[in-house]
Design a protein around this ligand. Structure first.
Ligand SMILES: [Zn+2]
Ligand SMILES: [Zn+2]
Length: 388
């Protein structure tokens, strides 16, 4: 290694030619081959439907299977669903579920640490998007599966890991050929459903590691680079609410509001109605709201650069009052939900419910009132100490 202090270029690890060739060739076929084939032969509507169906199947296998089920254990899934995810994951060509989950757990544990986070966003867009897979950056820990010991007990995960290569060939090449034979256009299917679909699956997943750490709002925390971005959620089957995900990663949801586009969450929820998924984990509403309020307060303080000690102390007191009111409301809300669940289970009517509902409503109004007063106080502080 050079002793020249001006040379900060530590030798780069060797290039992984298999990956470089795969990403380059599939990308070139997609941007050149697809338009050429469309102009000279055309794609049938059956193939376009095949493209969309395969894209969604492989994409959801990564988000609902690899990510939320296996990497985060956010819910449990029936063996039939796990087999589908294992096949869809091989079709998405993103390594085995065991390997993927191991990398992803490192990403969460050491997020933004350039040495330990496998796709640290602090190393730039290119590196976090695709660069991390082009060289032997992970050589030292490639076969270290210590952080996924729980998954090694899942026979479907291990079956997929052992037979990954065969499953990949069967799904990524075998399936487009089979579809092509069915619709009478094997080359068209290989180009569109095989290659272009793979490129779309790859880059939509890669966006979560790159763009979702660069572009969007830090709604719940600024302790890492993860961002919430509704537009990215559209491209990533709901994984765009990445700021929420990094702080509450055990939650089976990424988009927590009903209007948030999160088809992965909908699929998991839908599965629970048919007994295919169970034990769906959700973060307590109080913790979510508290994190959001803390972040709002922090941003306002930074923006105003409030230097007056008295103003700051008053604001902190008021903030504590808002959080206390929030806690009171959520405590009663939890009691109410527990009672409802109990009543539903035992098929009985509980007379105390009406009283509790009223109490919850009163506490919610009190919290909202306190929150408004705090916002006004913050506005005054933002205008400067004289205004106080
Ligand atoms: Zn992330
Ligand atoms: Zn995650």
């Amino acid at each position: 290694m050079s002793s020249n202090p001006s040379s900060n270029a530590t030798e780069k690890p060797p290039i992984i030619w298999v990956n470089v060739s795969l990403f380059t060739i599939t990308f070139l076929i997609t941007v050149i081959g697809v338009p050429w084939y469309a102009l000279t032969h055309g794609f049938s509507s059956a193939l376009v439907i095949g493209l969309i169906g395969t894209l969604v199947f492989a994409g959801l296998s990564i988000t609902a299977g690899y990510h939320r089920l296996w990497a985060h254990r956010a819910y449990d899934a029936h063996w039939s669903l796990r087999i589908l995810f294992a096949l869809g994951g091989a079709l998405a060509l993103q390594n085995s579920a065991l390997h993927w989950a191991s990398d992803h757990r490192e990403h969460h544990k050491h997020v933004d640490d350039n040495d330990k986070d496998p796709y640290s966003a602090k190393r730039g867009f290119w590196y976090s998007h695709i660069g991390w897979m082009l060289r032997e950056y992970q050589a030292s820990r490639y076969h270290d599966y210590d952080n996924v010991k729980d998954l090694q007990k899942d026979s479907i995960v291990m079956w997929q890991h052992r037979h990954y290569l065969v499953l990949t060939v069967l799904t990524t090449i075998g399936w487009p050929i089979a579809l092509g034979l069915m619709v009478g256009d094997v080359w068209g299917s290989l180009i569109l459903v095989g290659v272009a679909r793979l490129v779309l699956n790859h880059h939509t997943t890669f966006f979560i590691n790159s763009l979702a750490h660069i572009w969007g709002k830090q709604t719940y925390t600024d302790r890492n680079t993860a961002r919430d971005n509704g537009f990215l959620a559209l491209l990533t089957f709901g994984e765009g609410y990445h700021n929420y995900h990094h702080i509450f990663s055990a939650d089976y949801r990424n988009g927590i509001r009903w209007w948030h586009f999160d088809p992965t969450k909908w699929l998991i929820r839908l599965g629970s109605w048919f007994g295919l998924t169970s034990n769906l984990k959700r973060t307590n509403g109080y913790q979510i709201e508290k994190a959001r309020l803390e972040m709002q307060f922090k941003k306002a303080k930074e923006k105003a650069q409030i230097s007056c000690e008295t103003t700051l102390a008053t604001l902190h007191d008021e903030f504590d009052m808002v959080v206390a009111k929030l806690r009171d409301y959520y405590q009663v809300r939890k009691q109410l939900l527990d009672l409802k669940r109990q009543a539903m289970k035992q098929n009985m009517h509980l007379p105390s419910m009406a009283e509790l509902k009223q109490k919850a409503l009163t506490l919610r109004t009190a919290f909202e009132q306190q929150q408004r007063e705090f916002a006004q106080r913050l506005q005054l502080a933002l205008r400067g100490p004289q205004a106080n």
